[in-house]
Design a binder for this molecule. Structure first.
Ligand code: NAD
Length: 481
């Protein structure tokens, strides 16, 4: 068998210490791999690469397809882009997988039996970073949720659950409010769940789901979420497990994958031989499963659990009551290596499957729905806060157009016609025009309408076409419409 080649980045701060430690443990456990080392992070930033990585190193990552990365320091100040975000987006790493498992009683937690995997969508949602200040008062961030992106992450969560012998997948969304974006995520979840009858599927609205998780995480097995909710829940999960410093994660794409600890480069303790390598060990366990060496991961995880239960602890997890010995990075590493082949006694021994393959997700292209034009939302910046003035003016200006004004909303709430004088209004008005009775409309009619509005000295700041897809509404109704 040819050994897999992985790309290794030693990172910044405590990165080199903990990466050296983890590579030693992997080699001692019999992991088979060749490595190419790249220098990313501080040195690359300072050499003028604003994304923290030199162009030639992208080639190495793309060739090897697996990146094992220690934390890096993002320099303070403007102009530097987050390397993690660049890697995720450039390599299409759509799934962020973060297992969280309690180490009670050695690491204090209120939830001694928590054992959950958070599967977070990694590329879409508000993280597309498309933001605009549209009026003096109003700022906007676009939330983009796609059908293929949702299907990919949801299928990944079910395939992960199946391969890890997990019993339940929970989806968390806010589709009582965001009926289209979170609604499509939920709808695809329900469809995909039907293909996995052996796995229980349930869902929560994110607010109650997150609250339930914080209070009773034991009831969750695998949780799949859109990007922002997943970002928040994965940190909540790591925190209630007892220590953010003990969690690892994988970032998985169709071609490439990246494995890491979730903590940062801890410059305050760098070079002192006190850093805990456990988070990066967790990243290595996920990587070993990915490169088809699950039994090596099993050996390391059992030895690591035995080390923790033997009370050999680095200073970040040391407590006089539970620990027997406070050790540095090197001594902790040695202790894990000495225990390779041993099983934990108080923790449950872990068993990995004999074989593992990277999870491959295929999303079939669907037939395109029939798309019909149903009107336009014209967004107007107007300082006069009287909605009736604006409504009457727009009705006048649109005379002769096949489109008529149906509603004006301000921050989503209907203010014309028949608004409530108590509604607070900003300078940002969404004015919805739809075909008059018996009229059909074309894209040209939308442009002509905007011309009439602009000629009437109103400021159009943005428009959004309204469509139906196979007859179904492709836009939300205004509150009160
Ligand atoms: P941090 O996670 O580096 O440190 C927070 C605290 O936890 C510090 O007190 C630190 O000493 C401690 N700590 C962290 N890891 C530890 C370990 N393995 N063992 C013992 N103690 C540990 O967070 P920060 O201080 O906010 O960030 C420092 C730098 O790391 C910043 O430049 C930030 O941008 C970067 N960062 C990188 C990543 C990454 O590369 N994935 C993630 C987060 C932060």
């Amino acid at each position: 068998m040819t050994k897999p080649r992985i790309t290794v980045a030693y990172g910044d701060g405590i990165g080199p210490e903990i990466m050296t430690a983890v590579l030693k443990i992997m080699e001692a456990a019999g992991a088979e791999f060749e490595k190419d080392v790249i220098e990313i992070g501080e040195k690359a930033y300072l050499a003028g690469h604003t994304s923290g990585i030199a162009p030639k190193d992208w080639e190495t990552i793309a060739k090897n397809k697996v990146l094992f990365k220690a934390p890096i320091t993002t320099p303070q100040g403007g102009g530097y882009k987050s390397l993690n975000v660049s890697i995720r987006k450039t390599l299409g790493l759509f799934a962020n997988v973060r297992p969280v498992k309690a180490l009670h009683p050695y690491i204090p937690t209120h939830h001694p039996t928590i054992d959950t995997v958070i599967v977070r969508e990694n590329e879409e949602d508000l993280y597309a970073g498309i933001e605009h200040r549209q009026t003096p008062e109003v700022y906007q961030c676009l939330k983009l949720i796609t059908e293929p992106g949702s299907e990919k992450i949801i299928r990944y969560a079910f395939e992960f659950a199946k391969s890890a012998g997990r019993k339940k997948v929970t989806c968390m969304i806010k589709d009582n409010i965001m009926k289209l974006t979170d609604g499509v995520f939920h709808k695809i979840f329900d469809e995909v769940a039907k293909e996995y009858p052996e796995i229980e599927a349930d869902h929560y609205i994110i607010d109650i789901g997150m609250a339930r998780f914080a209070n009773n995480p034991e009831i969750f097995d695998v949780v799949v979420l859109p990007n922002l909710y997943g970002d928040i829940l994965s940190d909540v999960a790591a925190e209630i497990m007892g220590s953010v410093g003990l969690a690892g994660s994988s970032n998985i794409g169709s071609e490439c994958a990246m494995f890491e600890a979730i903590h940062g480069s801890a410059p305050d303790i760098a070079g002192q031989n006190v850093a805990n390598p456990s988070g990066l060990i967790k990243g290595a366990l996920l990587m070993l499963g990915h490169i088809g060496q699950p039994k090596v991961a099993e050996k390391i995880e059992n030895a690591w659990l035995k080390t923790i239960e033997d009370g050999i602890h680095t200073s970040d997890i040391y407590s006089p009551e539970k620990s027997k010995k406070k050790v540095g990075t090197d001594e902790f590493t040695k202790a894990v290596i000495e225990r390779l082949g041993q099983k934990p006694e108080s923790f449950k021994e872990v068993t990995y499957p004999e074989e593992s393959k990277p999870i491959q997700i295929k999303v079939e292209k669907k037939p395109l729905p029939k798309k019909t034009l149903d009107g336009i939302d014209v967004f107007i910046c107007e300082e006069n806060r009287n909605p009736d003035d604006l409504g009457n003016k727009l009705r006048e200006l649109s005379e002769g157009s096949p489109l008529e004004l149906v509603i004006i909303t301000n921050r989503g709430v209907k203010v014309f016609p028949d608004g409530n004088p108590l509604t607070f209004c900003t300078d940002h008005w969404r004015c919805r025009f739809q075909p008059r009775q018996g009229s059909t409309i074309t894209a040209k009619d939308l442009i002509d309408l905007q011309g009439k509005i602009t000629d009437g000295s109103l400021e159009v700041i943005k428009t959004e076409n309204l469509y139906r897809f196979d007859g179904e509404l492709g836009y939300s109704l205004g509150q009160g419409q």
